[in-house]
Ligand binder design. Structure first.
Ligand SMILES: *Cc1c(COP(=O)(O)O)cnc(C)c1O
Length: 222
């Protein structure tokens, strides 16, 4: 695990990209091993699991919530995670803002955009997001900090298709940044790429890659 960690970090360095170590299902002991290598950013996809892990692990870990988030769970994690990757619908964004205001914090979020052709993949349709931003629907959200975009490619062995989807996420990012966030330096992240496709994601402009199984080994869901 330590060796593959060093390898991955060396692969990311020329691209100036950062690693989100996806630790879902992994025990605290394995997370600590990576922590001891210097890793501080870990990604979890379930609120309940994240809440169990936080008190068991060092305080200076930055937890990223990468999975789909139900609005009724938002209040449980506000103030506890460094970034929410899957802000994928207005109702959720509104809720994150509302709970953040109640707790007097500003929550960094990534806007999840739909790039995969599969119906099942979540995320904003680009046009819907543009419409909301154009209409100023987001202007009242003072307790969120949009930090960029996130996307998941189609689960396919067709690497050209994956590349096209990542290219479209980069294009979406550029347009959203230019039109709505050009004066906000913190709007700079493109979260794309997992164990099987992060090499393509890096070439297409990823700033954050979310890697689980390649780092920790296959997940054992028991
Ligand atoms: C599990 C997960 C990953 C990591 O997947 P691997 O293939 O194990 O690297 C990345 N992003 C999200 C949203 C995930 O749920």
């Amino acid at each position: 695990m330590e060796k593959i960690y060093e390898t991955i970090q060396a692969e990311l360095a020329p691209f100036d990209a950062s690693l989100v170590a996806v630790s879902k299902v992994q025990p605290a002991e394995k997370i600590e091993r990576l922590y001891n290598c210097g890793q501080r950013v870990f990604g979890e996809n379930r609120v309940q699991e994240l809440l169990q892990k936080i008190p068991a692990l060092p305080d200076d870990i930055q937890w990223h919530l990468i999975g789909q988030l139900q609005t009724n769970k938002v209040k449980d994690i506000i103030g506890k995670c460094a970034m929410i990757h899957a802000a994928d619908r207005l109702k959720l964004v509104r809720k994150i803002n509302e709970e953040s205001a109640k707790q007097h914090v500003i929550t960094p979020i990534l806007i999840q955009l739909k790039i995969a052709k599969e119906e099942s993949k979540a995320g904003y349709a680009f046009d819907d997001l543009i419409a909301e931003l154009t209409q100023g629907v987001w202007d009242e959200f003072e307790n969120i900090r949009p930090c960029g975009v996130m996307g998941m490619a189609t689960f396919t062995s067709d690497r050209d298709q994956v590349r096209q989807e990542f290219t479209s996420l980069k294009r979406y990012f550029d347009e959203i940044k230019e039109r709505f966030f050009s004066d906000q330096a913190e709007f700079r992240e493109i979260s794309m790429g997992m164990s099987g496709d992060y090499d393509i994601a890096l070439e297409e402009g990823a700033t954050l890659v979310r890697i689980g199984s390649k780092l920790f080994g296959q997940r054992n869901y028991s």
